[in-house]
Design a protein around this ligand. Structure first.
Ligand SMILES: Cc1cc2nc3c(=O)[nH]c(=O)nc-3n(C[C@H](O)[C@H](O)[C@H](O)COP(=O)(O)OP(=O)(O)OC[C@H]3O[C@@H](n4cnc5c(N)ncnc54)[C@H](O)[C@@H]3O)c2cc1C
Length: 389
């Protein structure tokens, strides 16, 4: 059993919540997506609305001010939003992974202090793990935290951090013992609010995932109280950070399903109105072959995500299930958006149509929260472990 609690929701309550999300997407999100995506403009109004809906506390327990939603419901919300605009889900997801690390591994005092602030969205942030020379190989991080009385002094650089500019607090992975062997034993995770010595470096100009800030964070003699060390014990950060990734992977997988479904929806509509040789292209077999594969892929991805989320909600270890969902759904997003581009023909290349955004956004799902190369190895290792000879 994992450390996270089992979660349930009344089906009628879930349906009402999802209905509210659908109405919000229709009324508020769809009309402004292109404006924010094309201009790479931070969606301030949408963030305020997500705050009001409680999304920044979606998976935080009710006793700490969150909605306490099960991962299954959370995944459905993320899929729905992503089927219209994936990028905004990143604002919530990174924040909730930080929150999950505090809720699962923090001391009671840390939970009482930080989780209500995270749940309301008053303090928002994300996960600061990656460094210029350490992405997949997280144990190779170089940012250090040196104990000095009741504080730690932190120096180093993090890169590609989602919400780096707009967020104000991050779960920050550092080395408290750079000489430790094995290396993970020298790694710790801190709750790091912005303050003196915590600077924002460059903002990345990206292919997709627009309007959401991805930035470098620079720490120069950044002083942080020892009480911000998650769990209060040094050397546990590696497992605290990667433990939270199960939920993160379910989320990325849910985003992949959304992208796959969204590309399918756009392609299905277009194929029925675009005519060649005297009939809608949907009536040509070559296009039907594509649509047949796209709908199957989207549905298979959705089922894998539901399966992983259900295991998570039962409190089970689900790294294999979350890995399979993340791997398959992100590849489904890439394949469906590419096939969507082909169905749109030349118009796919025009920014007047939405399909190109799906194509630009999809590939990130194969990279974030552990690359798909790593996912396949994680899946295989778990599979072998579960099937010993
Ligand atoms: C838009 C965006 C947002 C991001 N947001 C965040 C964030 O909020 N917080 C954060 O901490 N990070 C974030 N990241 C960073 C992301 O997690 C890393 O890019 C990712 O983990 C891969 O690390 P890397 O880029 O250093 O690639 P590398 O680790 O250098 O990998 C390069 C290639 O080698 C492969 N590879 C590496 N090691 C192995 C191995 N042992 N076996 C087989 N193949 C291997 C990889 O799969 C990949 O194909 C973000 C990245 C992007 C692009």
């Amino acid at each position: 059993m994992s450390e996270h609690a089992q979660r349930h929701i009344d089906p009628a309550e879930e349906a009402a919540f999802l209905d509210a999300i659908d109405r919000w997407i229709e009324r508020e999100v769809r009309p402004v997506v292109m404006h924010h995506d094309h201009g790479d403009i931070w969606p301030a109004a949408l963030v305020e609305q997500m705050k009001e809906m409680g999304l920044f506390g979606a998976t935080i327990s009710q006793e700490y001010g969150g909605l306490g939603l099960p991962a299954t419901t959370y995944a459905k919300i993320i899929t729905r939003i992503s089927s219209y605009w994936m990028a905004i889900t990143g604002i919530v997801n990174s924040h909730l992974i930080m929150s999950a690390a505090v809720e699962r591994f923090g001391t009671e005092a840390q939970k009482r202090k930080w989780l209500p602030l995270f749940a309301s969205g008053e303090v928002r942030g994300g996960l600061a793990l990656t460094e210029p020379d350490a992405g997949t190989d997280l144990q190779g991080i170089r940012t250090t935290a040196v104990r000095d009385g009741d504080d730690y002094v932190i120096n180093g650089t993090k890169t590609w951090i989602t919400n780096g500019i707009q967020g104000s607090c991050f779960a920050l992975l550092v080395k408290t013992d750079p000489k430790a062997e094995p290396r993970y034993k020298g790694i710790s995770l801190f709750i790091a609010p912005k303050g003196e010595g915590f600077k924002v470096g460059k903002k990345f100009d990206k292919l997709g995932y627009k309007a959401i800030d991805s930035a470098e964070l620079v720490f120069e003699d950044y002083r942080i109280p020892a009480e911000n060390l998650i769990g209060g014990v040094e050397g546990e950060g590696f497992f605290q950070a990667t433990g939270g990734l199960e939920l993160g992977r379910i989320n990325v997988a849910a985003r992949g399903v959304g992208l796959a479904e969204g590309a399918l929806r756009l392609a299905t509509e277009y194929a029925q109105v675009r005519k060649t040789m005297g009939k809608p292209i949907a009536q040509h077999q070559a296009i039907q072959l594509k649509l047949g594969e796209m709908v199957t892929r989207a549905e298979a991805a959705r089922l894998l995500v539901a399966n992983a989320a259900q295991a998570y909600d039962r409190g089970e270890r689900c790294d294999m299930e979350a890995g399979m969902a993340k791997f398959f759904a992100s590849e489904a997003a890439v394949r469906n958006s590419e096939e969507g581009m082909r169905i749109f023909g030349g118009y796919s290349y025009s920014k007047e149509y939405e399909i190109e955004r799906f194509y630009r956004d999809a590939l990130l799902m194969c990279i974030g929260e552990g690359t798909n190369e790593m996912q396949r190895m994680i899946i295989a290792k778990q599979w072998i472990k579960r099937n010993p000879v």
